[in-house]
Design a protein around this ligand. Structure first.
Ligand SMILES: Nc1ncnc2c1ncn2[C@@H]1O[C@H](COP(=O)(O)OP(=O)(O)OP(=O)(O)O)[C@@H](O)[C@H]1O
Ligand SMILES: Nc1ccn([C@H]2C[C@H](O)[C@@H](COP(=O)(O)O)O2)c(=O)n1
Length: 450
C-alpha cells in the first residue's frame, strides 16, 4: 500500500544528536534546562509509548510505529468525520508547574479554539513504568479553519511545557500519522503511524499514584507543601502547624477506633454517641486547626490537595497519641479516606480499573500511627440519598449528580475495603442509629477488649 507523507512534515526530519541537544540546554536558564531535559527524556522513548484518549468516559488506546504494518484504526480516529486531530501533553520536570498547567489547560484550549472543536482528556505512558504517565488533551479540529488550531498550538509550544502532535490522515485513507512537533528546545520532528493498541493489564493512571495522589510517608507529603509555598501562601501556614516529623508508631495505651465511610453514612452521629458511651476523646482528620485552609486546598490539583489531607492525618495522629495515653480515642475519618478517595479519583472508568487487591497502593504508610480498629460504615445508595435529602444538604438537581457519581462511590468503597494495615470491619449502617451504635460497641468489646 502506498502512502504519501503529509506535506507539513516532508523534509523536516533532521534529527540533532542527543549531545547537541544537551549543549543547547546548557545555554538555557536553569528552569528551561530542566524543562528541556525532561522533554528529551520523554521524547527519547517516544515510540515505546501508548496513548489513551477518553471518549464518553471510555478509553481508547493507540500505539505508534515507525513503519506501516497493518491498518487497524484506533477508536479515537474512527469516530469523528474530521481530517485533523492534535494531542497536547503536559511534560515538565517541575511537578507543581506540570499539575498547575494541566489543571488550566482544558479551559485555556476551549476558550481559544474555534467553535466546533472538541477537547477530550488523554494520556500517554510507558507500559509498566512507574511515573511515566503524562496527561493532556486530544483535540478534534474544526474543519472550518484548521490553520487556526495550528497557529494556536505553535504559540503554546513556544513557552509552555507541552508536547504537541498533529495527526494527519494518509492519502489512501487507510491510516493516520502522528507528527511530533519540534518545541522551543529542539528541532526534532518525528513521524509515526498510529495503530490500535489493546487496553493495558493495569490501568495507566495507577502508574503515577505513588507520591502524586497517595503519599506513603510524612516527608513525601511535606515536600509537596514546601514546594507549593511560593505559589500558595496557605501552604506556609500549614507547614507551621506540622509536627517536626512523623510521631512514634508504638502501640497506644488505650484503643484507637477510626470510623470511616462515604458522606451521610452516619459517621458524625456514631462518633458522637461513641464518645459519650465510652467516655472517649473524639478527634477528626483533617483536624480542626486545618479548617481555615481546607477550602483553598480543595481547589488545587490532586498532587497538592492530597498532600494537604495526608499531612492532616499526621497532625491528627499526634493528637491521637497524646489522648490515647489517657483513654480510648474515636477518630472521624483517617488515612482510609485519604487513600480511598485519592485512588478512586485518580483511576477513571469502572471499578475493575482499580488496582487489584494486594496492590502496594493499598498499603498503610509505615510512619503513620495504626489504629486498633477501623469501622467502615456502608449504606444502600438510596438510603444514603434519603439521609442527605433529610439533612437538607441536597437539592433535586444534585441528586442527578449523585447518581452520576455512583461509579465513583463504588470505587471509593472498594478501595476502602482493599486497604491493608489496621483491622477494618464493615458495618451495615442502615439500621437505626441506636442499633448501629450497639453493634459497633459490641465490635469494640470483641476487638479492643474495651
Ligand atoms: N442510623 C441512622 N438511621 C437513620 N438516619 C441516620 C442514621 N445515622 C445518621 N442518620 C442521619 O443521616 C444524616 C447523615 O448522618 P451523619 O451526618 O452522621 O453522616 P456523616 O457520615 O457524618 O456525613 P458527612 O461525612 O457528610 O459529614 C443525618 O441527618 C443523620 O441524622
Ligand atoms: N482524612 C481525610 C478526610 C477527608 N478527606 C477528603 C476525602 C473527600 O474528598 C472529603 C470528604 O470529607 P467530608 O466532606 O466528609 O468532610 O475529604 C481525605 O482525603 N482525608
Amino acid at each position: 500500500m502506498t502512502h504519501t507523507a503529509p506535506k507539513e512534515i516532508t523534509g523536516l526530519s533532521q534529527k540533532p544528536t542527543t549531545d547537541s541537544l544537551f549543549k543547547r540546554c546548557r545555554n538555557l536558564s536553569q528552569p528551561m534546562q530542566l524543562m528541556a531535559r525532561r522533554t528529551m527524556s520523554v521524547v527519547s522513548q517516544w515510540s515505546s509509548r501508548i496513548f489513551s484518549v477518553e471518549l464518553d468516559g471510555a478509553e481508547s488506546y493507540f500505539a505508534i510505529q515507525e513503519t506501516r504494518k497493518g491498518d487497524v484504526l484506533p477508536e479515537a480516529f474512527r469516530r469523528a468525520n474530521r481530517d485533523r486531530f492534535y494531542s497536547v501533553l503536559v511534560s515538565c520536570s517541575d511537578r507543581l508547574r506540570q499539575v498547575k498547567f494541566h489543571a488550566d489547560l482544558e479551559e485555556k484550549l476551549l476558550k481559544a479554539l474555534p467553535a466546533g472543536c472538541a477537547v477530550d482528556p488523554m494520556s500517554s505512558f510507558l507500559p509498566g513504568t512507574r511515573g511515566s504517565l503524562i496527561r493532556g488533551y486530544f483535540l478534534k479540529a474544526s474543519s472550518e479553519d484548521p490553520s487556526f488550531s495550528d497557529r494556536l498550538l505553535r504559540d503554546l509550544i513556544k513557552d509552555d511545557p507541552v508536547l504537541v502532535c498533529s495527526y494527519v490522515k494518509c492519502e489512501d485513507g487507510g491510516t493516520w500519522t502522528q507528527n511530533l512537533w519540534p518545541d522551543a528546545h529542539s528541532e526534532m520532528i518525528k513521524t509515526f503511524y498510529v495503530v490500535h493498541s489493546e487496553a493495558p493489564k493495569v490501568h495507566p493512571s495507577t502508574l503515577n499514584i505513588i507520591n502524586s495522589d497517595v503519599f506513603y510517608s510524612f516527608e513525601e507529603a511535606r515536600e509537596v507543601l514546601k514546594e507549593s509555598s511560593d505559589i500558595i501562601p496557605e501552604a506556609a501556614s500549614v507547614l507551621e502547624l506540622l509536627p517536626s516529623r512523623a510521631g512514634p508508631r508504638g502501640r497506644p495505651d488505650f484503643p484507637v477506633i477510626v470510623i470511616e465511610g462515604l458522606d451521610a453514612t452516619g459517621k458524625t452521629t456514631l462518633t458522637e454517641s461513641l464518645k459519650g458511651a465510652l467516655g472517649a476523646a473524639l478527634l477528626r482528620s483533617p483536624p480542626q486547626c486545618l479548617s481555615p485552609f481546607r477550602e483553598r486546598f480543595d481547589q488545587e490539583p490532586p498532587l497538592i490537595r492530597r498532600a494537604f489531607y495526608a499531612l492532616g492525618n499526621y497532625i491528627t495522629a499526634d493528637q491521637v497519641s497524646q489522648e490515647a495515653s489517657k483513654g480510648p480515642v474515636i477518630v472521624d475519618r483517617f488515612w482510609h479516606s485519604t487513600a480511598a478517595y485519592a485512588i478512586a479519583t485518580a483511576v477513571g472508568g469502572p471499578v475493575c480499573n482499580l488496582p487489584d487487591e494486594g496492590s502496594e497502593l493499598y498499603r498503610w504508610p509505615s510512619d503513620l500511627l495504626e489504629p486498633t480498629l477501623v469501622v467502615l460504615l456502608t449504606l444502600d445508595p438510596e438510603e444514603r440519598k434519603r439521609r442527605l435529602r433529610d439533612r437538607g444538604l441536597i437539592k433535586t438537581e444534585e441528586e442527578q449528580k449523585l447518581d452520576h457519581n455512583q461509579l465513583f462511590r463504588l470505587k471509593v468503597e472498594q478501595a476502602y475495603r482493599r486497604i491493608v494495615g489496621p483491622v477494618c470491619v464493615t458495618v451495615d449502617a442502615s439500621p437505626s442509629a441506636d442499633q448501629v451504635l450497639r453493634e459497633v460497641q459490641l465490635l469494640i468489646k470483641t476487638k479492643c477488649h474495651l
